[in-house]
Design a binder for this molecule. Structure first.
Ligand code: PEP
Ligand code: MG
Length: 564
């Protein structure tokens, strides 16, 4: 581990402050160099080191098993037995006796075992992955490098990683993670989305973060993007006060969203399926502003039936109180969400190809079935059901979509604004739509010609970019002129400071990860509509995203007090 700087800087993507010890997410453990130990090394010492590392891994597995209990305990106890296997110990003894260093001896012993298992039939072969994990854990200890995978130090920690993948976060114990810091990733990265859904602070794109040693104390400010390393007692005290303030304030954050002077701003949830609905209700969402319906279609060879879809939609509608608004986005296939039965294979540029509404226009029966399922579910429940089409570029597309939707008993049919053309001509689009909802994730991607999936381009994905705000302003202006609702449902809506700016630009509803709703509600209630317009003007006039953020943070009320 290298020495560390007193402060690191990244991009704050989930607000709040966290104080705690670092636990590093381990990467791949390197294979220890082959060959004999250097002169002067002692086989007895190497054997003792190997034994104690193996024993430490076994004990750790047992302790983790005991803490969780049930099936997990059985699995981990069985793994501990593998680590204590006498045959393995004998092999390590032979190898250290032949002059291998401890890490190399352990590596070779496990590898011998694994090769035997791999050739011993299907059942045993399934244990190979377990052995690889145990080898990595033991060797990591001997080499002094982080253990692979999500850490479990047994106490609350700040998770530091190069980046997080969905598979990593699936096994994360959310009650132990105080905050996230990643070296890579941007505002729409998996880390940002996860942190917001958990409501914990996160800083991404933070250079040098993975050089921090385990257990280093840090203060993570998910609002400013600052990560303070080895803070002073006073700094820790101030940070704890912020954590407490945020906790207390969030406890009192209830009711519909509104500015300080009573202008309503609906605070809605982004959901990906019925399983997300109870969490959204619990977080105080007034309804759903973006129901991503792709989950029904992914990993399938044929589209789901009308009945299958109706059931899923009804489950979401009935999870919310009667009359709650639920905005469904019709199937958004293509580019980052490809579907085998709909999208063209081999397009040179899928993000600029037959995606979103364009894809279903080529297969209108897929959209017709979906709208029918939505119409039936709407008729069977009391939700206020709206539908919107993704990836719309022109007013003609909006008119075509509305005509399809109006064949069903669906109250409102609108479109998403995710393509700059639609933002620039928002007035014409709104003439053909009941509402619009701005998808800032794709709108940023298309405005800056920067792939949202390329982590190195993540600064372009920052929704504070003044050019992006100009497009939002254009849509907001069109909304004011036509008297029609203009929502935002990209990640931008869940940033409390940016939410003020969006409202100031004319946005009438905000849809976000449920974990962000309380913060947005609190900060909005501290500002009048006029304050929001003033902050919006400051952001739009800023030269770049960082300056926009800094100016608004400096001018907003209650940021420190609310611990944001
Ligand atoms: C967006 O593009 O901002 C959006 C909300 O849609 P998705 O992230 O699902 O593409
Ligand atoms: Mg999108």
């Amino acid at each position: 581990m290298t020495s560390m700087a007193p402060a690191l800087k990244g991009v704050g993507v989930s607000p709040g402050v966290a104080v705690g010890p670092v636990a590093l997410m381990g990467g791949e453990v390197p294979e220890p160099a082959a060959g004999q130990a250097p002169p002067g090394s002692d086989p007895v010492v190497e054997l003792a080191a190997s034994r104690s590392a193996l024993e430490a891994v076994a004990v750790e597995l047992e302790q983790r098993g005991a803490a969780v209990g049930g099936d997990v305990r059985e699995v981990l106890d069985a793994q501990a037995m593998m680590v204590r296997d006498p045959g393995l110990a004998d092999l390590v003894e032979t190898l250290t006796g032949q002059g291998r260093l401890a890490a190399r001896a352990v590596w070779e012993a496990f590898t011998t075992y694994r090769d035997v298992l791999a050739g011993a039939g299907e059942y045993m072969a399934a244990r190979v992955a377990d052995l690889d994990d145990l080898r990595a854990r033991t060797v990591a200890r001997l080499l002094g490098v982080p253990v692979p995978g999500v850490p479990d130090p047994g106490y609350p920690y700040v998770l530091v990683a190069r980046d997080l993948a969905p598979a990593d976060t699936a096994v994360l114990d959310a009650t132990k993670v105080l905050g996230f810091v990643t070296e890579e990733g941007g505002p729409t990265s998996h880390t940002a989305i996860l942190a917001k859904s958990l409501g914990v602070p996160a800083v991404v794109g933070c250079a040098g973060a993975t050089d921090l040693a385990d257990d280093t104390r840090v203060i993570v400010d998910g609002g400013t993007g600052d990560v303070r390393v080895d803070p002073t007692e006073e700094e820790i005290e101030a940070a704890h006060a912020k954590v407490a303030a945020r906790k207390a304030a969030r406890g009192h954050s209830t009711g519909p969203g509104a500015t300080k002077d009573g202008q309503p701003v609906s605070l809605l949830a982004n959901i990906g399926g019925p399983a997300d609905a109870p969490g959204a209700v619990a977080a105080g969402a007034e309804g759903v502003g973006l129901f991503r319906t792709e989950f029904l279609f992914l990993d399938r060879v044929d589209p789901p039936t009308v009945d299958e879809q109706r059931e899923a939609y009804e489950a979401v509608f009935s999870a919310f109180p009667d009359g709650a608004k639920v905005v469904l986005r019709t199937l958004d296939a293509g580019a980052d969400k490809p579907l085998a039965f709909l999208n063209l294979a081999g397009e040179p540029n899928p993000a600029l190809g037959q995606r979103g509404l364009r894809a279903v226009r080529r297969a209108p029966e897929v959209l017709a079935d979906q709208l029918e399922a939505i119409g039936r579910a709407a008729a069977a429940t009391r939700a206020d059901v709206w539908v919107m089409a993704p990836m719309v570029a022109t007013a003609e597309e909006a008119a075509w979509f509305r005509a399809q939707a109006k064949r069903q008993p669906i109250d409102k049919a609108g479109v998403m604004i995710e393509i700059p053309a639609a933002a620039l001509r928002a007035r014409a689009v709104l003439a053909e739509a009941d509402f619009v909802s701005i998808g800032t994730n794709d709108l940023a991607q298309y405005t800056f010609a920067a792939d949202r999936l390329v982590s190195e381009l993540s600064s372009f994905q920052d929704p504070w970019q003044p050019a992006l705000l100009d497009l939002v302003a254009r849509a907001g202006q069109a909304g004011r002129e036509t008297g029609k609702p203009v929502g935002v449902c990209g990640e931008a809506a869940g940033d409390p400071l940016l939410a003020l700016v969006l409202v100031g630009l004319g946005v009438t509803s905000l849809s976000m990860a449920p974990g962000s709703i309380a913060d947005v509600r609190l900060l909005l209630a501290r500002h009048t509509a006029e304050d929001c317009r003033r902050l919006a003007a400051m952001a739009v006039e800023a030269p770049d995203a960082d300056a926009a953020k800094e100016r608004v943070r400096g001018a907003a009320t209650g940021v420190d007090e609310l611990g944001l």
